[in-house]
Ligand binder design. Structure first.
Ligand code: GUN
Length: 285
């Protein structure tokens, strides 16, 4: 039976460290600040944004929320980003994804000052991640690396399989595992023999967004299984991509949903906001 990886406890530790760093910055007269922009009324996004605001309060980060109506134009949104780029009390800018149809998300991301891009979505930061020298790590993949580290399993030399190739999770996840010297395979909707490839994974990360996608038979005995999925099952219950009841008896370590990757993403966002404040105030760590 797998050991459950406790994302809540691990993220609490990260948040504690961040709170300590915020306190030290405040002693130097620096107050880290994050602006969160949400457009429209997507229910899931609303929950995520509320959680991000609460996390800021808990660690002492100043936050501003900009809740814009669903009919906001591209020009209005870009003008807001421009204003936030210039606002000194704001160190990090996060535009909650997805944006309503009709808005060009890529153009919005490119408008964010790379020094304030705490999601690490801007092409400049994506390039830095490719090169392995970064200020901001993308929050979810960085959180996953922390969860894997917590198991004591060394990523170096291991077969790592990432299911999903999104810009937010799959691609940067693969890159971070590669930087840790993992041997990385990226699988996606066109992958042939997916089950077979997964069976060879010492570390399996699923970021597909489909309930019941990873079956127990796909899990190598003793593997580290990380479930990035946030789905609703047929009964409306929150669940990941991994069929937990089948995978748990086979895996060595496994993340639950909820309580696995989710809390880590927010903790890493807090960490990035502090890193952004340090960068803008030229504080060395
Ligand atoms: N929507 C889902 N995950 C994320 C994230 O990490 N950042 C942003 N900005 N939007 C998201």
């Amino acid at each position: 039976m797998a050991v459950r990886i406790d994302g809540k406890a691990i993220s609490a530790k990260v948040r504690e460290e961040v709170a300590g760093e915020v306190a030290a910055l405040k002693d130097q007269g620096i107050q880290p600040g994050l602006a969160v922009v949400i457009v429209g009324d997507d229910a899931a996004s609303r929950i995520y944004v509320n959680n991000k605001k609460k996390a800021c309060e808990a660690v002492g980060i100043y936050s501003e929320e900009y809740a814009l109506p669903g009919d906001t134009t591209q020009e209005e949104l870009l003008a807001l980003i421009d204003e936030l780029n210039r606002k000194p009390e704001i160190n990090g800018i996060l535009v909650q994804s997805p944006l309503p149809k009709g808005l060009d998300e890529a153009a919005v991301v490119e408008k964010i000052d790379p020094k304030k891009d705490v999601d690490a979505f801007h092409a400049y930061n994506v390039g830095k991640i490719m090169q392995g020298q970064y200020t901001f790590l993308p929050c979810t993949p960085a959180g996953v690396i922390e969860l894997i580290r917590s198991t004591g399993v060394d990523i170096c030399g291991k077969q790592c399989v990432v299911i999903g190739r999104s810009d937010i999770v799959g691609k940067p996840m693969a890159m971070l595992l590669l930087h840790e010297n993992g041997t990385v395979t990226i699988c996606h909707s066109r992958t042939e023999n997916l089950g077979e490839i997964c069976q060879g994974a010492d570390i399996l990360v699923s970021a597909v967004g489909k309930a019941h996608f990873v079956r127990g038979s796909m899990v190598k005995p003793g593997a580290v299984v990380i479930d990035v999925g946030m789905n609703r099952d047929e009964n409306g219950k929150l669940c990941g991509d991994v069929e937990f009841s089948e995978a748990e008896p086979r895996a060595g370590f496994i993340t639950p949903v909820p309580g696995g990757v989710g809390p880590m993403t927010i903790a890493m966002l807090m960490k990035n906001t502090v890193a952004a404040a340090k960068l803008q105030h030229e504080v060395r760590s």
